[in-house]
Ligand binder design. Structure first.
Ligand SMILES: NC(=O)c1ccc[n+]([C@@H]2O[C@H](COP(=O)([O-])OP(=O)(O)OC[C@H]3O[C@@H](n4cnc5c(N)ncnc54)[C@H](O)[C@@H]3O)[C@@H](O)[C@H]2O)c1
Length: 348
């Protein structure tokens, strides 16, 4: 049987801590054909580990034909790396965030369409069992309000490289929180408006280690309070979305919304939080376990068996909301989804 081949551009932490293990132990009918990193040590290490091809320059690497190039370089470099892959006629799977600026995603989508290239992105938490369960359940609920909390930890040393600067990354919202802002959009649809406050509570970085926001969604004027920070110590604690419904509270919780529980409001007492074990997973870290599902879905779709993978352009609202949140702090005002140009400091 034919196997789907992948080339990997960028061999940093996410490859080291998650994607390598996934390709080696979890993926069916897919394999790594070639890798490339400008860092020679990483390139040599993964060339041996994957037992695959490599090259001395990005151009030569992209001449190696594979079914997909998976891009895991710094977020602010995604745009130019995707453009380059497209110029070589390669299909792309890009790590979150696909790009930092709204217009970049629009330009790339047009090129992909014109060249008939596949252009997917990875927001793996959408495929968590817990999230899939909640997505189906909430359709019938009368939701009163929503609360998102990200209580994570990043040491100062984390911000010594590209992390935390506006050009390549942004702060807790654009790097960590974006996963959960994406889940809000996945669950509740497009926002209407938002207003944010940002600050640095513990870490020193150009962008923010702490972000507070109020988002209102188009659907029934639903409102969501947001608190996110990497200032906690000594470790990541939780990323949760609590959905307060008329008669129950649905809690997506765990390190990365990997568990789900329901508190029922019955007469005078609150029933004990009931973790739905069939829809919750234990995860070793904030990366979670759903990268496997994203890649497997892409592979299976190539064989025309399963559901359509997430196109990068389908996450335009997520990129737009992240930029709206930053813009609202800069301009000290509500920013509306319908505004024509949503441009913030992100990517500048
Ligand atoms: N989905 C997730 O849960 C998740 C988790 C962590 C990171 N990420 C995303 O993955 C991306 C990478 O993050 P990371 O933490 O692994 O970063 P990292 O800094 O550890 O790795 C980036 C790598 O890209 C390489 N690189 C840069 N320019 C290159 C070029 N021109 N050619 C080849 N290689 C090049 C760097 O040398 C580096 O090794 C980011 O966009 C980040 O947001 C996603």
């Amino acid at each position: 049987m034919k196997k789907i081949s992948f080339s990997i551009l960028g061999l940093g932490r996410v490859v080291d801590k998650r994607v390598f293990h996934m390709f080696k132990n979890e993926i069916k009918n897919g394999y790594v054909k070639a890798i490339f990193d400008i860092n020679k040590n990483k390139k040599n290490k993964f060339k041996k580990l994957f037992n695959c091809a490599s090259e001395n320059s990005l151009d030569k690497f992209l001449k190696i034909k594979s079914d997909f190039v998976y891009i895991a370089s710094e977020s602010g470099n995604h745009y130019k790396h995707i453009l380059k892959c497209f110029s070589f006629g390669r299909n792309v799977i890009v790590e979150k965030p696909p790009v930092l600026k709204v217009n970049e995603l629009e330009i790339l989508n047009k090129i992909a369409k014109k060249k008939k290239l596949k252009f997917y992105t990875i927001f793996q938490n959408r495929l968590n069992k817990s999230v899939q369960y909640v997505k189906k359940k909430i359709e019938k609920e009368n939701i009163i309000f929503v609360d998102l909390s990200l209580i994570w930890s990043r040491p100062q040393s984390y911000y010594q490289d590209w992390h935390g600067n506006w050009k390549l990354d942004g702060g807790v919202l654009a790097q960590q929180g974006i996963h959960y802002v994406d889940l809000l959009i996945y669950l509740f649809g497009d926002p209407n408006k938002c207003i944010s406050l940002i600050s640095n509570k513990v870490n020193k970085l150009q962008a923010e280690d702490t972000h507070t926001s109020l988002i209102s969604f188009k659907k029934k004027g639903l409102s969501c309070t947001v608190n996110m920070s990497t200032a906690f110590r000594p470790r990541d604690f939780e990323a949760s979305i609590k959905i307060y419904c008329k008669e129950k509270i649905i809690n997506l919780a765990g390190l990365c919304c990997n568990t789900v529980s329901v508190d029922k409001l019955i007469k005078k007492k609150i029933s004990k939080s009931n973790i739905l074990r069939n829809f919750s997973e234990k995860v070793p870290s904030g990366y979670g376990l759903s990268h496997r599902k994203v890649f497997q879905e892409i592979i299976d779709y190539e064989f025309k068996k399963k559901t359509k993978p997430l196109k990068a352009y389908q996450t335009l609202s997520t990129i737009k909301l992240v930029n709206m949140m930053y813009k609202s702090f800069d301009e000290r005002r509500w920013v509306y989804f319908k505004e024509k140009k949503i441009i913030s400091k992100l990517g500048k």
